[in-house]
Ligand binder design. Sequence first.
Ligand code: ADP
Ligand code: ZN
Length: 674
Amino acid sequence: MDKNNFNGGNNQNKKPDNKGPQTAVILVVAAVITLLIFSFVNNLVTDSTKKEITYNEFMKMVEDDQVKSVVIGTDSIVITPKTTKTDRVLATPIMIYYTGIVDDENLPQKLMDAGVSVKGQIPDRTGFLESLMMTIIPLVIMWMLLSFLFSKMAKGSGMMGVGKSNAKVYVEKETGVTFKDVAGEDEAKESLQEVVDFLHNPGKYSAIGAKLPKGALLVGPPGTGKTLLAKAVAGEAHVPFFSMAGSDFVEMFVGVGASRVRDLFKEAEKAAPCIIFIDEIDAIGKSRDARYGGDSEREQTLNQLLAEMDGFDTSKGILILAATNRPEVLDKALLRPGRFDRRVIVDKPDLKGRVEILKVHAKDVMMDESVDLDAIALATSGAVGSDLANMINEAAINAVKQGRKLVSQADLFEAVEVVLVGKEKKDRIMSLEERRIVSYHEVGHALISALEKDAEPVQKITIVPRTMGALGYVMNVPEEEKFLNTEAELRTMLVKFLAGRAAEEIVFGNVTTGASNDIEKATDIARAMVTQYGMSKKFGLMGLETVESKYLSNKASMQCADATAAEVDKEVMALLKESYDRAKELLTENRECLDKIAEFLIEKETITGKEFMRIFHEIKGIPSEDDAKNEMIEEKTQEICEDKVETDTTQPEVIQKDGVVVELKGSTETESKG
Ligand code: ADP
Ligand code: ZN
């Protein structure tokens, strides 16, 4: 759902012109034919009537009295031979001989003695015109053809559109986006606000002698609204918005990227004041050192960009905004003063930010009074702006499908789940045995949440499979948004992740592939505890890993000796084993709860956190009213659920889905087992 149609824009320049290439081909063929004819005629003239001879041969001709006249030029002697009677009868074409000049001061005398008429050179008009025709005219024709051709090609697309950036630049005269359309991201908006003022009146700043910013780099994960912010800057300043993706610059030909950069700046200069937005700048701005692999085309493009940025005059009011989610790979030269010296962080929204984003997108959607955007925001920790926009749209589509005029809270929760775990796979029939396994596995996870005080409350448990691979999952909704995790919380998380597998082992004496996702996540957490958070006794506070791409994958790389890495693995293994043992211990102690709730879940397929806690408390003999946690759950479930809970969250540690990826030959299909 993209109400702002952010990338499509009014790409006025991109009009496919199908006639162009055809005409061009015809013209090229015509040009080639013309050239061939020219050179053919030229050769004819040269070969049939002119012949170069040596000076000796020339002297011999003079001695043999075969020469009628000579013209001595500055660099050659042109010899006209005497014609014989036979030649005249047969009308043989007269052969003109020529030879180079040799420093021979007796030559005129010798010629005179032989009775040859001698002339100095007269500028040869026809020769001059001829050479003019032979060289300049084809050049002019070629030039005209080529320029015609390029102008045609640039409008169409294709390989030949080289050197013209307007094949892919999107220009919007007026984006119509303002800061109001960008929710959350207050710091980002604030630091861009002054930039807007600068675009409004560039003169004001340069008059005092203030250095104006040339560029700002928007840094953050995908979908957080970087493009939207750039557009909003243009919209607020009422200036045109030029945008191009970094990958658009880099083509198969060396030099194309550089010329595109040149053209882009030329166009922008004409339209100044304006904004140039370069999305995914890391595609061209990658560090030029060898670590990330270098190639000359990209380097040239980058150098051109740097040169253009240094070259233009800020008082014209051109501001370059660029976006990236991999700031760590950017070439340092890009970040120097006078280039992208401002860095604007556009991070994932917090709870308040998510509420605001939801409000912005809910504005144009008709909603009934059941809707509580705060509850949706609480359940979507980790979601970015584009996810949230998407959810609202999904909910609206769902309401329309069911013939309703208003979107309800249930629609929204269903949409949250659709965006995060896919649609329900109603047609998948699972055997009773498999449903039992999935059910026990999920209840295993859920019980840890109920038993451990550092765990997040259960919102929903389901064994209805989803299209994105989950065969079942437990949804936890945090009581409040957290920015820090304590060590105890992380340890509980490990136990919770591994409790699915533990339940399988305890109940069935056998284990399945369904825990692969859990194992992966548990391992990631355990490793981070050891290598990044200083939470292992053995290594203490030593940092052993660095996170390479904070905004993308969060994947870290080891920064230690191989021997240490092996020790780290052992430590991680020990942590996981300890957690698994704890999970088995807790579940064995609570076997009755496990059995009863699992049976209930098999029957119902989906149960709410409230139902889950009711059974749990019944078995444990805890009166519900006295239990603070339970009360909290009740409250939250009332808020969020109607009769059926439809919730989900984005954060991997919040939603616990179970699936295993089976790689099929030729295609990658996600097949899951719980
Ligand atoms: P990015 O450039 O960071 O990848 P976009 O700006 O392309 O993200 O965001 C995609 C869409 O998501 C936007 O068009 C908008 O509909 C929505 N969106 C993202 N962030 C926000 C936000 N902070 N406020 C409102 N909408 C947002
Ligand atoms: Zn699981």
